[in-house]
Design a protein around this ligand. Structure first.
Ligand code: BTN
Length: 229
């Protein structure tokens, strides 16, 4: 695809710049990236650690609808790109955390703006270490492989995989997520520290189903899914 890539040295967040470009009418598939983010945004209102030069921080503007399934598509695409560029096979924690050896090596934030979906992807590429509060839960492709990973090759693979996966029908995305994620079925999890149960697949929209011990099946609409202690 012939696309525009707007690259910055340092900006607050690629999400903000991408939303601005989307409102201005840029084509679907446009990418905004930055070597550093000074106010990187994570899911659920959290911050995203965006050390200069070490990570891949990009937002992809997608003129598609059907949010829950697109959120899955972004994780599936990022997982495939990481495999191509670094030969690391990631697990996907619903909805779309990228895990290597049970630690997070990438995260995805999808914002529905009036003009488009903004798919924000942060991948820990060449970090050698993390701040103390993240060490137990975060890893990078460099830590996992023992060598540096080329960010340009990763960006190229990521852009191509997003082009491929984002428009796919929800049914196909749900089937692929269930194929590659250990979280989709049979995993004991907590959701938002309130619900505890065993995962039972995704519903037709892409929401996670969790069966509690009393047999009740609950749909997780968003939130923080973690392995049950
Ligand atoms: C998460 O909490 O797991 C989602 C993290 C998403 C981070 C990416 S980095 C590129 C884009 N710009 C942001 O400010 N956030 C997303």
């Amino acid at each position: 695809m012939n696309r525009a890539v707007y690259w910055h040295k340092s900006i607050p967040s690629t999400m903000i710049e991408a939303a601005r470009l989307a409102a201005d009418g840029c084509p679907s598939g446009t990418i905004v990236g930055s070597d550093e983010q000074t106010a990187g945004q994570g899911r659920l209102g959290r911050a995203w650690h965006s050390a200069p030069g070490d990570g891949l921080y990009v937002s992809y503007i997608a003129r598609v609808s059907n949010l829950p399934a697109r959120t899955l598509a972004a994780g599936i695409a990022a997982r495939a790109a990481i495999h191509t560029a670094a030969a690391v096979t990631c697990d996907l924690r619903w909805p779309n955390d990228l895990l290597a050896n049970n630690k997070k090596c990438g995260g995805i934030l999808v914002n529905a703006e009036p003009a488009a979906l903004i798919v924000g992807i942060g991948i820990n590429v060449n970090h050698e270490r993390f701040p103390a509060d993240l060490t137990a839960v975060a890893t990078s492709l460099r830590i996992e492989t023992g060598h540096t990973v080329n960010r340009d090759i990763l960006l190229d693979a990521l852009s191509n995989e997003l082009d491929i996966w984002l428009p796919r029908p929800p049914k196909e995305l749900i089937a692929e997520f269930e194929r590659v994620s250990s979280y989709a079925r049979g995993k004991r999890v907590t959701a938002d520290d309130t619900l505890i149960g065993t995962t039972a697949g995704l519903d037709e929209h892409g929401f996670l189903l969790v069966r509690q011990n009393n047999g009740k099946l609950t749909r997780v609409l968003a939130g923080n899914v973690r392995p049950a202690p």
